[in-house]
Design a protein around this ligand. Structure first.
Ligand SMILES: Cc1cc2nc3c(=O)[nH]c(=O)nc-3n(C[C@H](O)[C@H](O)[C@H](O)COP(=O)(O)O)c2cc1C
Length: 193
């Protein structure tokens, strides 16, 4: 299976980086084809510009968008790995979605007033960390909101079946043992696919 991992974290020694390593190792050990797009290392430009919108409308995406769309088109399974920043995606990842999940490529409106989900047939997983303890985000409905706006609002909107969205809370103040357990959950999830 062709796996595409979109990774958004600026620091090499971060916990998200450990999640990325665990994910890649789990998938490679099962013989999958794995492509990682590390948005900070790529220096991905996240701003959907007037020139971009004109080029996309003309059906002629700029080279950096076309390169990422080639990865997306070939992927059977798409995984996003990122920390929750201001209750959402880091700007670089939000901009990746703005620019590459474009109209006519990821979705389009049809004549019946509905939406053609152009990524139908693909599956996906989202893995997020956040500083607030999970019990707090669960009790105020934020965990559900995060799932609805990213797993639902981005992946499912375009037809990607969300296998799961793992939300690891309280990571900024937790123990090494708990972090190890979280990484074991990531490994188990990919082994069970
Ligand atoms: C710009 C910024 C915004 C953040 N916003 C949130 C937030 O809205 N909710 C939250 O629980 N944690 C928030 N955090 C904490 C991060 O989610 C946390 O540092 C990260 O998940 C830890 O993983 P890491 O060690 O891989 O960076 C924020 C951190 C930064 C730097």
């Amino acid at each position: 299976m062709n796996h595409l991992i979109i990774y958004a974290h600026p620091h090499e020694g971060s916990f998200n980086n450990a999640i990325l390593d665990t994910t890649v190792n789990a998938l490679k050990s099962k013989g999958h084809e794995v492509h990682v797009r590390d948005l900070y290392s790529l220096g991905f430009n996240p701003v959907l510009s007037p020139a971009d919108t004109a080029a996309l409308r003309a059906g002629n995406p700029p080279a950096d968008i076309a390169a990422e769309q080639a990865f997306l088109a070939k992927a059977d399974f798409i995984t996003f790995i990122y920390p929750i920043w201001w209750t959402g995606l880091p700007a670089i990842l939000k901009g990746y979605v703005d620019r590459t999940f474009s109209y006519g490529f990821a979705y389009q409106y049809n004549s019946e007033g509905g939406i053609d989900k152009l990524f139908s047939g693909k599956k996906g997983l989202l893995i997020n960390t956040h500083g607030t303890p999970s019990e707090i985000y669960d009790s105020i409905g934020m965990s559900q909101s995060l799932k609805q706006t990213s797993g639902g609002g981005i992946f499912e909107f375009c037809g990607i079946e969300v296998v799961d969205q793992l939300l690891f809370g309280g990571v900024t103040s937790t123990t090494d043992e708990t972090r190890k357990d979280m990484l074991a959950q990531v490994e188990k999830k990919f082994n069970s696919l």
